[in-house]
Design a protein around this ligand. Structure first.
Ligand code: BDP
Length: 647
């Protein structure tokens, strides 16, 4: 692999920079993994549940529902965790509920966790939407502002207070969105009592998916020794055929500590080791992490084990934590996106965490099905539109070589008041949390700080300049983008992004029914943006609604034929422009998904190329044929032998 030396030195400087940046965050957020020193107890299953239907939604706090068993405060129902609560019952008031809901579960904590003062016991919530407060045995242990990202609290001392008591966990979750939340929203009270019932209010949102709520990802207890590995940051590079794994380990509560860091290959063979808390591991004859369909052996993962030995005046502690490490680089030029210095073309999808009954609840069968479908259609990438997805999904991406544009929940920033300091401060915090959680994933190649904000508004310039600068300081190794649908000439954030991501729906929201405008308008779009900014462009959304089974020839809007025709017409333009500066195309959307009710949505958004039940529409076959053809054209090694396709 040819890389000039000067370039190598520059990359190494970047590697050092990321560790400084990582220090901006106080604590780590390592994925809870079992090891010889760590145990995990999942609390998934049925929880007691009660929605606070009082007019101000505050009865739960006024009457301190967290102080006793929830069932003693009033009627409770069974609620599965993880799941959105909205579609679980037949009650439309719960589906459309706005305000606090209460979850509770009693847990039997293993006696040895309680007996051993040298064990930390941590409660961790993978995500709950939107604002959460957690109590253990009536004592508040943490609160968290925002859905889609994990939060945790140490509860060892609390459960040790009275070991005879069961451990009662109460979690209150509020889905209200305001101008300062991410995504933003606003509550509107309707005071005209000739038209609306008393206390009637609605949640306005400025994004196009159902505001599912509840505990969306696994809740668990896990242990670490008192002295423990708090965070690990890994940044990779390579020079010729030597891989470079720069790492930084941060340790908590260890007075005297020694470390042993080892890197193993896929077969468990030791390839490098060190005893320093930070350093560079050199990997001879490196096997790089390549995207799916770019290489005959994609997604190669090493495994890095961090072993901490620590002691205090009372005891000795050993903590072991292992993370997968994919060695790869990412770079952007004015016309290309490079992975391992080879041009990478995104042929992929936009997704949602969405399915019937579960809403946004984490669900392994759904996740595995989606990966099978993506690989079936030859998709090599997706964007986490419009919020961070479960960590388990990113782990799948690492293991399967699916490239990710990792988007934060900055969707629907449309109201000028959402550009104020309070919103920006929260947005910066969310980026901190996102980078802290996802920084070590080889599959994550770019951060997206927002989707379709009102980026033509004057305050957008300062807002996005600050946000993008902050994100780059957190992680100088990955490019940063946001997704625009503004006018190219008036977009205030575009000067600060590394890659332009553009959404457009020609012949749909503009000139509906006029397929013939697509070639001209799409071509003009690309030319205008490129001429002004000289940055590579991803068509980050395009598509059309298709009601499955609805047909017409000649094509009419909402039929499968029309969706196909939109795609085919766009593809012709992509094929011209990808030879120049277009570096990717992501269909909107992978699958149909639920939205709020409205006159443009027939039980949800139907722009999926799969139905909500993951059955293909005609468009899925068009994409499959195209993506496999693109893969065979752009792969680093010929794929024909390994992936024969019918083209
Ligand atoms: C885009 C949005 C996306 C919508 C899509 C649509 O980014 O969230 O679902 O339009 O209208 O503008 O289908």
């Amino acid at each position: 692999m040819f890389i000039p030396d000067r370039y190598g030195v520059f990359r190494l400087l970047c590697l050092f920079a990321v560790f400084e940046a990582a220090c901006l965050l106080d604590t780590g957020m390592l994925f809870p993994r079992e090891s010889s020193s760590r145990e995990v107890k999942e609390l998934n299953g049925l929880w007691s549940f009660r929605a606070d239907m009082s007019p101000n939604r505050n009865q739960g706090f006024d009457s301190a529902w967290y102080k006793s068993r929830l069932a003693e405060t009033g009627p409770v129902i069974d609620m599965p965790v993880p799941a959105s609560y909205n579609d679980i019952t037949q009650d439309s008031t719960l589906r459309d509920f706005i305000g606090w809901v209460w979850y509770e579960r009693e847990v039997v904590v293993p006696a040895r966790w309680i007996a051993d003062e040298g064990t930390r016991v941590v409660i961790r919530v993978g995500s709950a939407h939107y604002y959460s407060v957690v109590w253990v045995n009536g004592v508040k242990v943490t609160e968290h502002n925002g859905g889609h990202l994990p939060f945790e609290a140490e509860i060892g001392s609390l459960i040790r207070k009275d070991p005879t008591q069961p451990c009662r966990i109460t979690i209150a979750v509020n889905n209200t969105l305001t101008l300062e939340t991410l995504p933003p929203g606003s509550i509107q009270h309707m005071d005209d009592h000739t038209r609306y019932p008393k206390d009637f209010f609605v949640q306005n949102i400025y994004f196009d998916f159902f505001n599912y709520a509840g505990i969306h990802r696994p809740v668990l207890l896990y242990t670490t020794p008192k002295a423990y590995v708090d965070d690990i940051t890994v940044v990779t590079d390579f020079l010729n055929n030597t891989g470079l794994v720069r790492y930084n380990v941060s340790v908590k509560d260890a007075a005297i500590a020694t470390l042993n860091v080892t890197l193993m290959d896929k077969d468990g063979r030791l390839v490098a080791s060190s005893s320093a808390p930070a350093g560079v591991l050199k990997v001879v004859d490196v096997k790089l992490w390549w995207p799916y369909l770019m290489h005959e052996n994609p997604a190669y993962l090493y495994s890095m084990e961090v072993r901490l030995m620590a002691a205090d005046e009372r005891s000795t502690y050993e903590d072991v934590y292992t993370i997968p490490v994919g060695i790869r680089t990412v770079n952007v030029t004015s016309t290309q996106f490079l992975i391992n210095n080879m041009p990478f073309y995104f042929h992929g999808v936009n997704k949602h965490e969405d399915s019937d009954i579960r809403g946004k609840g984490f669900d392994w069968p759904l996740i595995v099905k989606d990966f099978n479908l993506m690989k079936w259609m030859g998709a090599n990438s997706f964007r986490t539109s419009h919020y961070p997805y479960a960590e388990e999904i990113l782990q799948m991406c690492d293991r399967h070589g699916i490239v990710v544009i990792d988007e934060c929940p900055g969707v629907g920033i449309k109201d000028i008041r959402s550009f104020r300091n309070a919103s920006l401060t929260h947005h910066l915090d969310v980026m901190d949390e996102l980078v802290r959680r996802d920084k070590n994933h080889a599959s994550v190649v770019m951060w997206s700080v927002a989707n379709e904000p009102a980026s033509e508004m004057p305050p957008a310039e300062f807002y996005f300049k600050t946000l993008i600068k902050h994100t780059k300081a957190l992680d100088p190794t990955r490019p940063v983008t946001y997704v625009s649908n503004s006018n190219y000439a008036r977009d205030k954030g575009a000067p600060f992004v590394d890659v332009l991501c553009i959404n457009s729906y020609f012949s749909w929201y503009h000139d509906p029914g006029h397929l013939e405008v697509i070639p001209l308008q799409l071509n003009t779009q690309f030319e205008d943006w490129y001429k002004k900014y000289q940055k590579p462009i991803i068509q980050s959304e395009y598509g059309a609604d298709a009601v499955p089974g609805l047909h017409s020839d000649p094509p009419m809007m909402f039929t499968e034929e029309y969706q196909k025709a939109v795609l085919q017409s766009c593809h012709k333009v992509f094929d011209q422009k990808r030879k120049q500066y277009v570096i990717g195309e992501l269909i909107w959307n992978f699958a149909d998904f639920m939205t709020t009710q409205g006159i443009t949505r027939v039980v949800g958004n139907k722009k999926g190329v799969f139905t909500r039940n993951r059955q293909p529409k005609a468009a899925a076959f068009i994409l499959k044929e195209r993506y496999w053809r693109l893969a065979n054209e752009t792969a680093r090694l010929p794929l024909w032998t390994k992936y024969p396709c019918s083209l």
